[in-house]
Design a binder for this molecule. Structure first.
Ligand code: ASP
Length: 358
């Protein structure tokens, strides 16, 4: 038996929650939209898995009252899914939970679920499809089987995405393809925290809306100001490179400073797929730092948004929030001390293996 695998012949008890997405979509002439009532089709797919693998699955199926195109996910979607998972789990019967979800926001919702369900005793696996179930070339069956296989094999109670050829840690995943079966990539390898963390499970503060804005050449101070006013709970600012933005524009700098003074946290992440934010490296980064921004290290945009919104909704603010944001809680953030300095020549930078695992 491989380490962490369930004993041979064991029954794997799985809860499947269908929330919508291409997996169960059909086009009735107005563009694809999700169908409801997928229970029988899922049971059939699970039956095929049992026949092919010899692994016995005890399935419990559930679906949201309103299945959606995941593009319609809102700031409360992940929390509602987490609530449904928690209530379905009260009997404590399942060895794992599979959430069938649209791919457009799977990484956002998955990252937030990782925080919402951080204390889950069982693995949570999100999956979906690029081509609907029953259509030629559909990847729905293969992805559901991948999710089942991963639950049968793993005991690690973390949240991941099962898609294409592998599993992606939810706090490190991003959708990167609309035209390939491998729709997601693990942007950076998950980095298990040095010590186990404990996060508050219930809402503790007023919070406020939390948002995300990408910096681009020509970013107008009015846009940043509007974002910081609306998302007064906190803003993830997706900057260039090591955490730079056009901070020589005094209006942009003033907007960041004013928001910080009002108590709105600004979490700086990078648009790059490799390396981390280092606000002290360049003058624009230092300007952001001095205006009150916090470094988001090497977090993905999805994980940064999930972490900031989760912590703000749990009542974290000020130095306590800053401490949590800069601490690796679930593998979403590399230890800054372990960051590798830039070698002197580009040719020295080893190419990263981004292939996924299972
Ligand atoms: N628009 C779809 C969704 O996210 C795309 C998909 O599932 O692949 O629900």
């Amino acid at each position: 038996m491989t380490p962490g695998a369930r004993p041979g012949g064991a029954i794997v008890r799985v809860d499947v929650l269908y929330t919508g997405g291409t997996f169960g979509m059909a086009d009735h002439g107005a563009g694809m939209s999700p169908r409801s009532g997928l229970g029988a089709e899922i049971a059939e797919l699970v039956g095929e898995f049992v026949a092919e693998t010899g692994i016995t699955v005890d399935l419990r199926y559930d679906e949201l009252d309103q299945v959606i195109d995941s593009a319609d996910a809102d700031a409360g979607t992940a929390a509602r899914i987490a609530e449904r998972v928690r209530s379905g789990r009260t009997a404590g019967r399942a060895h794992g939970v599979i959430i069938i979800h649209g791919t457009d926001t799977m990484a956002y919702v998955g990252a937030r679920l990782a925080f919402e369900l951080w204390d889950s005793a069982v693995p949570i696996v999100l999956t979906g499809a690029q081509i609907p179930l029953g259509q030629p070339g559909s990847d729905a069956r293969a992805n559901l089987h991948l999710a089942l296989r991963s639950l049968a094999a793993q005991l690690d109670p973390s949240t991941s995405l099962a898609f294409g050829s592998g599993l992606h840690p939810a706090v490190r995943a991003s959708k990167r393809a609309v035209d390939e079966y491998a729709g997601f990539m693990t942007v950076r390898a998950a980095t298990p925290p040095a010590a186990p963390v404990t996060l508050p499970a219930t809402a503790g503060g007023p919070g406020g809306p939390v948002g995300l804005l990408t910096v681009f050449p020509g970013l107008h101070a009015d846009l940043l100001e509007a974002a910081l006013r609306h998302y007064h709970g906190g803003l993830v600012l997706e900057c260039y490179g090591s955490g730079t933005a056009p901070m020589s524009d005094p209006a942009l700098l003033a907007a960041v400073r004013r928001a910080s003074e009002r108590g709105t946290p600004i979490l700086v992440i990078t648009q790059c797929d490799s390396g981390a934010v280092d606000l002290a490296r360049y003058q624009p980064g230092r300007a952001l730092l001095e205006a009150g921004a916090v470094s988001g290290g090497d977090m993905t945009r999805e994980a940064a948004l999930a972490k900031l919104s989760y912590l703000v909704e749990r009542g974290y603010s000020g130095p306590q929030l800053r401490r949590q944001l800069t601490t690796n809680l679930l593998g979403e953030l590399s230890d800054p001390l372990a960051a590798v300095p830039i070698p002197s020549a580009k040719a020295d930078i080893p190419s990263r293996d981004r292939s996924s695992v299972v």
